[in-house]
Design a binder for this molecule. Structure first.
Ligand code: CAP
Ligand code: MG
Ligand code: MG
Length: 457
């Protein structure tokens, strides 16, 4: 037991000085409380034994176990957020709180379930600079999800073949195409060629359909300079609004995400979460939840992040899990598993504003406006095993149309090809908007009918 890290009588942990975290912790042996203090020590100022070099000041930065639930093996820890890098640095926070602790002998299971950021802390973080509202405006698409595709096969098309598939999807009515997450500068599809051909395909589709289109380019690379080179190439080739930057936020890392957020604040930043399952899957005893991932992605400034399909598509993930993550992206005040998070940056110390907010309903509306000293909303991106027949189910479960959906196999596997696949998605969406059952709507919409026959089977 490391007593310095225990304070079960901590008065008002939400006083603005602490970032709060709840862990599920199963000790290897011994009692929960003492394992909890080991976790708090290792994830803040300490080690496995009290050190003689600690000072009064260093102790003021100790993380504090302030609550435990012995029945459910839950542990609440308050981190004085002054611990963290002043540069609004997500990788630094994660290195503390989900860093060495995952390798500790004392923990048989350790999962970060939820986090809470005080307004004072939010002040130092970027949050998204762009989100779905910007995409809607550019595309002139409102009142429905933004309908996208991932080009498949995942790999192996040449640059011109790749662009041709983009064209087919766009010409069939699709809005948004994304590179698949491993797309880089492969020898058979050089990055520069891919960009050049996609531009031609987009121009052609825009001209023919009279609608704007967007392509999300994976700019993840081995080093920072290579990422910037790719980003600048796209920026020099495309008109503003017509492209997004995709970063593999876990494999390329948080520094890649934050770098792009800061370098290109006028570009939609698409966070692909490949490898998240190693941390987030429910059956994994060690890791963090999708909710935690979504909250940090929003804090870092991702314009959108994948949140799964609530069990409807091919990836693991329950509605409980995926919806709570979506809401953490979209809402100004979101309910997590343990905390209700407000994304406003009005400090608790700012008593005047706090009073006005509490007393005056009209002003409170203004003060709650995310654009006003707040972390803007981000965008849920729903992907993985979706197809036109699943669109209504996913909208219903989301309870909103404020999301991007991308379908890979769900459009390219259509028996009549990608263009027909795109048309089927659009038709399924029209049916939803007109409140007509898709089977009914399919009677005079051939592409949808063929999709239902194929995917329904
Ligand atoms: C979807 C996808 C995405 C997954 C990742 C894929 O393709 O492009 O990478 O959605 O999972 O390669 O599987 P399909 P998540 O439409 O063909 O399934 O979105 O949950 O992070
Ligand atoms: Mg160390
Ligand atoms: Mg993919």
């Amino acid at each position: 037991m490391q007593k310095a890290y225990l304070k079960l009588d901590l008065n008002n942990p939400q006083n603005g000085q602490y970032m709060l975290a709840v862990f599920h912790l199963v000790p290897e042996s011994g009692d929960l409380l003492s394992a909890a203090t080991e976790v708090a020590a290792e994830s803040s100022t300490g080690s496995n034994i009290e050190v003689g070099t600690a000072t009064d000041f260093s102790h003021s930065l100790d993380a504090l176990v302030y609550k435990v639930d012995e029945q459910k093996n839950l542990v609440w820890i308050a981190y004085p957020w002054r611990l963290f890098d002043r540069g609004g640095n997500i990788q630094n926070i994660l290195t503390f709180i989900v860093g060495n602790v995952f390798g500790m002998k004392e923990a048989k299971a350790l999962k970060l379930l939820d986090v809470w950021f005080p307004a004072e802390m939010l002040e130092q973080y970027d949050g998204p600079a762009r989100n779905i509202d910007n995409l809607r405006k550019y595309l002139d698409v409102y009142d429905r999800p933004i309908l996208g595709a991932i080009i498949k096969p995942k790999m192996g098309l040449t640059a011109s073949q790749y662009a041709e598939v983009c064209y087919d999807f766009w010409s069939g009515g699709g809005d948004f195409v994304k590179n698949d997450e491993p797309q880089a500068d492969q020898d058979f599809c050089p990055y520069e060629h891919m960009v050049k051909y996609v531009k031609q395909a987009m121009d052609k589709a825009v001209q023919e359909t009279g609608r704007k289109k967007i392509h999300s380019f994976n700019i993840s690379a081995a080093d920072f300079d290579a990422m910037i080179k790719r980003a600048d190439l796209i920026k020099d080739t495309f008109e503003p609004g017509s492209y997004a930057f995709l970063v593999d936020g876990i494999t390329a890392g948080w520094t890649a995400v934050q770098t792009i957020r800061r370098r290109y604040p006028d570009v939609f930043l698409h966070f692909h979460r490949a490898m998240h399952g190693a941390f987030t899957r429910e059956e994994n005893p060690i890791g963090f939840t999708n909710l935690v991932l979504a909250k940090f992605a929003r804090l870092a400034g991702a314009s959108g992040i994948h949140v799964g399909t609530s069990g409807i598509g091919k990836m693991a993930g329950s509605p409980d899990e995926d919806l709570v993550a979506s809401h953490a992206l979209l809402k100004f005040k979101s309910e997590g598993y343990f905390f209700s998070q407000k994304w406003g940056k009005i400090s608790h110390a700012d008593k005047d504003l706090a009073r006005i907010e509490a007393e005056d309903e009209t002003n409170s509306l203004n003060l709650n406006d995310e654009l006003w000293r707040g972390i803007q909303k981000s965008t849920p991106i729903l992907s993985g095993g979706l197809n036109p027949t699943k669109l209504k189910a996913i909208i219903d479960i989301m309870g909103t149309v404020d999301f991007i959906t991308t379908m890979g196999a769900g459009v390219h596997a259509h028996p009549d090809g990608t263009r027909a696949g795109a048309m089927a998605v659009l038709q399924a969406c029209e049916a939803y908007q007109k409140k007509i059952d898709i089977n009914e709507y399919a009677k005079d919409h051939e592409e949808l009918a063929r999709a239902i026959k194929f995917f329904g089977a």
